[in-house]
Design a protein around this ligand. Structure first.
Ligand code: NAD
Length: 260
């Protein structure tokens, strides 16, 4: 379905981004991976994608919390693949604290990666997409892009910002073949959430699985985690022709979180 398309997925060395890269590749897209992690493990993932799906897969290391590095990364990715058709702005981090206790450097780091990197990546990718009259920008926001939780000021502010930026990107490009949408996941059991489960287990003196159930029951009525694979399916849909007229909106996969 995406044969010959060139896709760049930020933060794709683990979790949701990796599942999305693999799913796009399984649909025929060439992919650029990015993110931190063990160099050997990343190389193994990259080679596996090439062998399993018969596409080009490249890895480009870049710290996307830096504006210049993010813009350079997009240009390097376009050069590595020979163009850029799909950009998934996915890299993200979390920190929880009351506002008055929130370390300034954690606020700055979250805003830099979870919000500003989406702006810089989009700004650098748009000229490639506009020139060819086709492009897909998919921003990984969150249920926290739509509603708030205590102790997550930076994350909630950044993700609400991403939803707003998604709308502006859509309006500025309406009708020119470039769409921009946000995916809003509820709880997904990745490294980012595992840390929060562990913290809850320690705080309440309960085991990890009990803490996972507790986390779900507080927010997610389905009491089931969203899977990276389900989110990857949503990304493929947004990249498909069926979504040609879908722009500036949010696709929410949250087990009912934001329904109440
Ligand atoms: P994850 O920790 O598994 O993956 C995060 C990725 O971002 C990794 O590849 C990591 O190396 C990369 N990364 C971190 N800092 C980076 C930096 N400075 N520059 C470049 N890459 C960097 O987490 P995940 O759960 O897969 O999160 C992916 C996205 O999904 C994030 O934007 C997150 O906010 C969002 N999200 C996650 C959940 C969830 O429940 N897990 C829910 C809603 C939204």
């Amino acid at each position: 379905m995406l044969n010959g398309k060139h896709a760049v997925i930020t933060g794709s060395t683990s979790g949701i981004g990796l599942a999305m890269a693999r799913e796009l590749a399984s649909n025929g897209a060439n992919v650029v991976l990015n993110g931190f992690g063990d160099a050997q493990a990343i190389e193994k993932e990259r080679v596996n994608i090439e062998l399993e799906f018969d596409v080009k897969a490249r890895y480009i290391n870049a710290d996307l919390s830096q504006a210049g590095a993010t813009r350079d990364f997009i240009h390097a990715a376009a050069e590595a693949l020979g163009g850029i058709d799909i950009l998934i702005n996915n890299a993200g981090i979390q920190h929880t604290d009351l506002i008055e206790d929130f370390p300034i450097e954690r606020w700055d780091a979250i805003i830099a990666l979870n919000l500003s990197a989406v702006f810089h990546g989009t700004a650098a990718a748009l000229p490639y997409m506009k020139k060819q009259g086709w492009g897909r920008i998919i921003n990984i926001a969150s249920a926290h892009g739509l509603v708030a939780s205590a102790n997550k000021s930076a994350y909630v502010a950044a993700k609400h910002g991403v939803v707003g930026l998604t709308k502006v990107t859509a309006l500025e490009n309406a009708g020119n073949g470039v769409t921009c949408n946000a995916i809003c996941p509820g709880w997904v059991r990745t490294a980012l959430v595992e840390k929060q489960i562990q913290a809850l287990a320690e705080k309440q003196g309960i085991d990890i699985e009990a803490a996972a159930r507790e986390l779900l029951s507080e927010k997610q009525p389905s009491l089931q985690f969203v899977t990276p694979q389900q989110l990857a399916g949503a990304a493929v849909f947004l990249a498909s022709e069926a979504a040609d007229q879908m722009t500036g909106t949010t696709l929410t996969l949250d087990g009912g979180w934001t329904a109440r």
